[in-house]
Design a protein around this ligand. Structure first.
Ligand code: CP
Length: 310
């Protein structure tokens, strides 16, 4: 594999291998066992949008695999002087950097960059616009499988701002690839997606929760709202905040997830976010191991193909 761009480019077998590798890394790390080391590789984090979890976890993942890492501070880089993303990447490639994690507000830009770069470097999509967030979907599925291994028996509910959610897009693909029994996508009418790949869309949150095994709440992404997007936050909270009363409608052992960052008491009440059924911090922790699996997989592919980077 040359790049990680979106879940749809992975086979079910490749997804399963990545999840198992991440689980193995987690176990090895816990037991203080040696991890693979790739000290001749360097990764650059290029985040043209804010991030805490994705950026830090890619950096930590690289450190744990002895991959050198650099964080480009976009605001103080030559991007502020008008340099394109592609020119920035080619500049860093000329310095010997082979791995690039890119977050950008523009849909599809990461794929476009990968098309130009070809096999001269490895590109990892850390979230592009409203399009895709593959590492998030992989770590989410890892977290689900840790608690509920047979996903073909699961009902998963995703609730929130589906219209602007790259996380929901990538989750649809991974649920389809792994044969999740039922995926229900819940949003108010104005926030429902125009196109879906997998699952059924509804505006009725309470009804959707019956028999749910997994509830994934999504952030209200105000920064992506267009002028036509209407947000009546108090109405949204009345109908869609995951409260303890609503959680009681799901299966008693249902797990609660959120990709973060959380708007507390908007998408999810603090009681639920911090409660016994929440696996939100487990998602964060798994994010490091999943990104280790992704980086190791790209480096090992390059080694076995004897790829000569620039
Ligand atoms: N879930 C997620 O992508 O979080 P960050 O924006 O903090 O990276």
């Amino acid at each position: 594999m040359q790049h990680f761009l979106e879940i749809s480019q992975l086979t079910p077998a490749e997804i399963s291998v990545l999840i198992q590798r991440a689980l193995d890394f987690k176990q090895q790390f816990k037991l203080n066992q040696p991890l693979p080391q790739y000290p001749t590789y360097t990764m650059a984090n290029l985040f043209y949008e804010n991030s805490t979890r994705t950026r830090v976890s890619f950096e930590l993942a690289a450190q744990r695999l002895e991959i050198q890492s650099v964080n480009l501070e976009i605001a103080t880089s030559s991007a502020a002087k008008g340099e394109t993303v592609l020119d920035t990447i080619q500049t860093l490639m000329a310095m010997g950097i082979q791995l690039f994690t890119i977050r950008h507000p523009e849909d599809g830009i990461v794929q476009n960059i990968a098309d130009v770069i070809g096999d001269k470097a490895c590109i990892l999509n850390a979230g592009d616009g409203t399009h895709a967030h593959p590492s998030q979907a992989l770590l989410d599925m890892m977290t689900i499988i840790e608690t509920k291994p047979d996903v073909t028996q699961l009902k998963i509910v995703i609730v929130g701002d589906l219209k602007h959610s790259r996380v929901a897009n990538s989750l649809q693909w991974i649920c389809a690839q792994l044969g999740v029994k039922q995926l229900t996508l819940v949003a108010p009418d104005d926030w429902q997606p125009k196109h879906i790949h997998f699952g059924q869309v509804t505006a009725f949150f309470n009804e959707s929760l019956h028999d749910a095994d997994v509830i994934i709440t999504l952030r209200v992404q105000r920064e992506r709202f267009q002028t036509e997007d209407i947000l009546d936050l108090s109405q949204y909270c009345r109908d869609y905040t995951l409260t303890p009363e609503r959680l009681a409608l799901a299966k008693p052992n249902a797990i609660v997830m959120h990709p973060g960052p959380i708007n507390r008491d908007i998408e999810i009440s603090s009681t639920v976010a911090d409660g016994a059924q929440s696996v939100i911090l487990q998602q964060v922790s798994n994010g490091v191991f999943m990104r280790m699996a992704m980086l190791a997989s790209l480096v090992e592919s390059a080694i076995s193909a004897s790829v000569k980077f620039v």
